[in-house]
Write a protein that binds this ligand. Structure first.
Ligand code: PNW
Length: 503
């Protein structure tokens, strides 16, 4: 059966590097980057804020999911997390010491509208929190990049109509929420992101069940159709909001809007097999072009998906097609979240009836027994900078939009204790190699890449895996909430000072 390896589970954590893991087989070259290239850090509201019910915030589907019994989140929740809600200025000061240009964060919808809906009251305390955050960032010369949706739908809209499962209701409520954000914050925000990682919202939250609201076969939801309905809702909601921004706000606020898509790069398991080569391309289409083609090209879903999924894939009405076409050109950049590369092989057995992969399987070892790269602190994330360069090229060729790397990074093993966490050479090497790939994509391949945001500013709540994997360039002690800057943060600071050239 099709597989997608162990994302977001606590058992995925790699305790120590296995002896057979290949060492890094190359040195960082420290290749140049363009002078205007922007460096930043990224976070998401639920992963760092805490203050789960402070100042009138309503519950989100993550507040519910992280308190289920038995636990589906490693026994941990983010009621407090990094307590960023109460430590905003200290965190911005730390960030400013790293000389970042940009900070990408998300707004918790239920802080702004506790019940989420278009007829529900606004919570002015929530508005005040983000106003202050934005003002403080600007006062520290850091540009805010704001994600409207990073996985934390208001619980009330889920209770009312299933959130993403009701396209029209969600579209209208999301548009109302976005309108409030543009009106209240848009005079100071130049870059908006509507949705973070639609693939993950669709598959991990409505098929595998590892993310809230946890729909999967075991709880009896319809895994054959739900993920595709959810994807449809996201695409149409993005288009509606992008058009609204262009019509009502863009001119006066002078900003831009797009979506963030994630994806691995895929190499064929057996390079000599045409089935595996096709499977690798098909997997990219089912992962990235599922959203990229309708949102960025204004087209239907990829033909390969239509042919394979048949009735399971919703259709766009003529009116919706028109909406997509009008909205497509509004996106001025491609937000790219990327972490790793996988091998993929075609499966020969008939797929399960809820297969979402195009009948393929992902692996970390190829037919010759070669690993894709050294494993990080989690099993699903291996270091494969060449795949990153190839994916930058694949995206550029298909969508022709300047690419902003909106997330990239990794956890290392042995990072819990601050005394061993600070000297994070593995992460520095990862950043160094991945930035060399950005440089090669720009200067050797002609791809436009305009920024790189490290995931993450600080260790945080890694969803179902709880506080296990630590992606931060700042260590957080989750007992004392003390912050300590890791060496990789200084590495990035110095890298961007040294490598940005003045041409
Ligand atoms: C992203 N994959 O999720 C999210 O945007 C973050 O909230 C999260 O903490 C971070 O990456 C690290 O996991 C991912 O399939 C979703 O490779 C999927 C993948 C990677 C990251």
């Amino acid at each position: 059966m099709a597989r997608e390896a162990g994302m977001f589970s606590a058992s995925d954590i790699v305790e120590a590097f296995e002896p057979e893991t290949p060492a890094f087989d190359r040195e960082v070259e420290r290749l140049p980057l363009p002078s205007g290239f922007q460096w930043g850090t990224a976070t998401a509201a639920y992963q760092i804020e805490g203050g789960a019910s402070q100042d009138g915030k309503g519950p989100s589907i993550w507040d519910t999911f992280s308190h289920l019994s038995p636990s589906r989140t490693n026994g941990q929740n983010a009621d407090v997390a990094c307590d960023h809600y109460n430590r905003t200025i200290a965190d911005i000061t730390l960030m400013a010491s790293l000389r970042v240009d940009v900070y990408r964060f998300s707004i918790a919808w239920s802080r702004i509208i506790p019940l989420g809906g278009r007829n529900d009251p606004i919570n002015e305390h929530g508005i005040a929190f983000y106003n202050n955050l934005i003002d403080e960032l600007l006062a520290h010369n850091i540009a805010p990049v704001v994600t409207l949706y990073h996985w934390d739908a208001p619980q009330a809209i889920y209770d009312r109509y299933g959130a993403f499962l009701n396209t029209e209701e969600f579209q209208a409520d999301f548009a109302n929420y976005a309108h409030i954000c543009f009106s209240r914050f848009g005079n100071r925000v130049r870059r908006w992101v509507t949705f973070n990682e639609p693939y993950i919202i669709s598959i991990f939250a409505h098929l595998n069940g590892t993310l809230a609201p946890g729909h999967c076969r075991d709880v009896g939801t319809d895994t054959k159709t739900e993920p595709w309905i959810v994807g449809h809702t996201i695409i149409l909601s993005h288009a509606t909001v992008a058009l609204m921004y262009a019509d009502e706000f863009r001119e006066s606020q002078n900003g831009e809007i797009s979506i963030v898509l994630n994806g691995h790069y895929y190499e064929p398991y057996d390079r000599s097999s045409s089935q595996d080569r096709d499977a690798a391309e098909r997997r990219l289409l089912f992962y990235i072009a599922w959203f990229g083609d309708p949102v960025l090209l204004g087209q239907d879903y990829p033909a390969a998906m239509r042919a394979y999924l048949g009735e399971r894939l919703p259709t766009f009405t003529a009116k919706q097609h028109e909406l997509l076409q009008r909205a497509a050109s509004i996106n001025t950049y491609y937000g790219m979240n990327h972490y790793s590369t996988k091998f993929v092989r075609a499966l020969s057995d008939p797929p399960a009836e809820d297969d979402w992969t195009g009948n393929t399987e992902e692996l970390s070892i190829n037919s010759e027994g070669k690993e894709i790269g050294p494993v990080s602190g989690v099993g699903w994330l291996r270091v494969a900078p060449e795949g990153f360069r190839k994916l930058l090229n694949w995206i550029w060729k298909r969508y022709r939009l300047p690419i902003t790397v909106t997330e990239n990074g990794c956890p290392c093993s042995g990072e819990e204790d601050v005394s061993t966490a600070v000297d994070d050479t593995f992460r520095q090497h990862y950043f160094g190699l991945y930035l060399d790939s950005v440089s090669r994509a720009i200067y050797e391949d002609g791809v436009t890449v305009d920024g790189y945001y490290a995931w993450s500013l600080m260790d945080n709540y890694e969803w179902s895996a709880g506080y296990g994997p630590r992606f931060g360039i700042i260590h957080v002690d989750f007992e004392t909430l003390e912050r300590t800057i890791k060496d990789s943060a200084y590495y990035l600071r110095d890298t961007f000072i040294d490598r940005r050239r003045s041409s």
